[in-house]
Design a protein. Structure first.
Length: 204
């Protein structure tokens, strides 16, 4: 294995931990570790402390499940946002991608996953029940399904539609400026903005 050639077990251990991150192979992990090794001790401590603080002090918003410094995130707490419109996304990556377009002034609901029977992810494993609870309160007029245009995204959207269609709300989906199979976080801002603005009624 690659780590067998490391001159230091400490170096090998650090590389092994970095390589656990998604999209980071051993070579990239080694480059990152060697970069940190060149930095001042205080800088490395700040880096490590930021990660510890993120894990220990951050919250998942009680309303939408966004990452937050408080129990309620800034978006849900903002009275200037349209709380009658909720955009449903897979994860925080997609929320941030939509926010960067500056075209959506509603609120969000982060599922933290998509239904995927092959991976053992069931509806009960993601934040669908809490979405329905929000709808039950009666303040929501529109649910926008802004999910990845993949098989899992389509299946999740259909499940949510069927579950929420008994309520008197409008259920829409982003326009197909986003090609099938694309992930929202990698979609350019202009295309994504157009997809949000030209959203369409959800069709089974």
């Amino acid at each position: 294995m690659f780590e067998e050639y490391f001159p230091s077990q400490l170096l090998a251990n650090a590389v092994k931990e970095f390589a656990k991150l998604p999209g980071i192979g051993e070579k990239t992990a080694l480059r990152l570790v060697l970069y940190l090794l060149k930095q001042d001790t205080e800088q490395v401590k700040q880096f490590a402390q930021a990660l510890v603080d993120l894990k220990e002090k951050s919250y998942r918003c009680k309303i939408c499940h966004n990452v937050s410094d408080n129990e309620i995130c800034d978006i849900c707490a903002n009275p200037q946002r349209d709380h009658s419109t909720v955009c449903v996304v897979e994860d925080v990556h997609d929320l941030l991608a939509i926010e960067r377009t500056h075209q959506f002034r509603g609120t969000y609901h982060v599922l933290e996953g998509l239904i995927s029977p092959l991976e053992g992810i069931r509806p009960s494993d993601i934040n669908i029940s809490s979405l329905e609870e929000r709808v039950k309160q009666g303040d929501i007029k529109e649910i926008i399904l802004a999910l990845n245009t993949t098989t899992e995204g389509e299946a999740t959207g259909l499940y949510i539609y069927r579950r929420l269609s008994k309520y008197k709300i409008q259920i829409t989906t982003i326009a197909r400026g986003v090609a099938f199979g694309d992930e929202l976080q990698y979609t350019d801002e202009i295309t994504l903005a157009r997809s949000i603005m030209e959203r369409q009624p959800f069709k089974k």
